[in-house]
Design a protein around this ligand. Structure first.
Ligand code: ADP
Ligand code: MG
Length: 399
């Protein structure tokens, strides 16, 4: 059988990877087996109106309601619900101490505005010295983000952004999160981690973490003083923001590999705490996925590769900032190109069965070799079948 692919993303990393596998490019109206689509295309294919029915040999790179994890407000809502549910069932994971969750405190305190304004004010008053970050729920690449350290600034913003044509209901919603003001710095600069996570099924949950993530650095030194509050080159690590910064280094594109970060931390902080940090990162990824698993319309045709944004604070605690359902495949450097090529290659090896032909009836248990640079985060099927477990405890490395 010949395998066909279709993409509405004109990225050479997608096309070259598919062609390398001998797949033939076709248009969206033709018979395709693999579709690397934008999120909107995927949603319209799955919409009731489209009348499109996929057959067993078709797979696509998004779940229809990926926004449950990629929208900033819904991610927070789902994680809060997950913690409440665990608490109700008396699960020790949801234990609290000092009114904080001991194990599930991995997102900065966050409220949705305007809906949760009163709750936010209550929290704000507990520590009026804190800085908060405002982010529009549905945007990306640092667009529309600003920091506030006074309630009056938020009130002024609210007044100014209200025009007669934009009534409360139609206004864009925002999340307001506690700003992590003690980020781990390297060379005096703030950075965040981009970690790729592939999910081939939500129920049962099957997720893989890519070993080759990277850190994205700010171009200017970190400075938490009020004078620099509006300077986004200090506070936002997005490549799209920093690219316009004065000291942007096109040679390494403001990036450092995760392996080098690990070596740096092992030598400056020690092996044990470094190991613990990376375990905690995997732990938070697993629980963020478990939090959305019950609400994702899991469909056997779908898989998705997420770009996790994680900030490490100066105490080596990782914080989940957001999850992208369409992480950038654009390369800024030669190393970046190699990494993204490998990423794409490994994704296809995992989601396509050994026969090389997409088939949703497959049990989605890839061979060790097919994993490439991915490692299993969790596979609830393996948890049931202990014979296949190998080194995994109950199908999950970090229970
Ligand atoms: N709570 C926070 N504390 C510190 N920095 C943050 C926080 N939230 C976001 N940032 C910074 O802002 C950047 C953009 O925020 P993010 O939520 O990823 O939105 P976007 O969709 O615009 O990328 C992050 O990469 C990080 O550098
Ligand atoms: Mg981001």
């Amino acid at each position: 059988m010949r395998v066909t692919f279709c993409t509405d993303l004109d990225k050479s990393v997608v096309v070259s990877n598919c062609e390398k596998r001998g797949w033939i490019q076709v248009g969206p109206e033709d018979e395709w087996n693999v579709y690397w689509a934008g999120t909107m295309t995927c949603r319209s294919l799955f919409s009731v109106d489209s009348g499109y029915r996929m057959n067993d040999n078709q797979i696509i790179n998004h779940f229809p309601n990926h926004y449950e994890i990629s929208r900033k407000d819904l991610l927070v809502k789902n994680i809060k619900r997950y913690r409440r549910d665990l608490e109700k069932e008396g699960n020790s994971l949801a234990e609290r101490g000092d009114s904080k969750y001991l194990h599930l405190d991995f997102i900065p305190t966050t409220f949705v505005l305007p809906a949760d304004y009163n709750m936010f004010v209550e929290e704000y008053r507990k520590a009026p010295q804190s800085t908060w970050i405002m982010k529009p729920c549905g945007r990306s690449q640092g667009s529309g983000i600003f920091l506030i350290n006074k309630l009056s600034k938020l009130k002024r913003w609210s007044r100014e952004s209200k025009t007669p044509f934009q009534q409360q209901l139609t206004r864009e919603s925002y999340v307001i999160s506690k700003y992590i003001d003690n980020p781990l710095l390297i060379g005096g600069k703030k950075f965040d981690l981009r970690i790729y996570v592939l999910v081939s099924s939500f129920r049962p949950l099957k997720a893989y973490q890519f070993r080759l993530g990277f850190c994205r650095f700010c171009t200017v030194k970190y400075d938490s003083s009020v004078a620099e509050l509006d300077n986004m080159y200090v506070h936002l690590t997005n490549v799209s923001v920093q690219r316009h910064g004065g000291e942007y280094n096109s040679l390494h594109g403001g990036k450092m590999s995760i392996q080098n970060l690990r070596l740096h931390l092992e030598s400056t902080r020690g092996k044990v705490v470094t190991e613990k940090l990376f375990d905690q990162i995997s732990w938070l990824i697993i629980h963020s996925l478990k939090a959305i698993a019950p609400v994702v319309a899991t469909d056997r045709h779908c898989f998705e590769c997420y770009g996790y944004d994680i900030i490490i604070d100066n105490n080596l605690k990782p914080w989940l900032v957001e999850v992208n359902a369409s992480p950038s495949l654009t390369s800024t450097t030669a190393n970046d190109r190699i990494l993204k090529h490998k990423l794409m290659d490994n994704i296809f090896s995992i989601v396509v069965p050994p026969s090389g032909i997409p088939d949703v009836r497959w049990n989605k248990i890839p061979t060790q070799q097919a994993l490439g640079d991915f490692e299993i985060l969790i596979d609830e099927d393996l948890a049931e079948n202990t014979e296949n477990c190998g080194s995994l405890k109950n199908g999950c490395k970090w229970k």
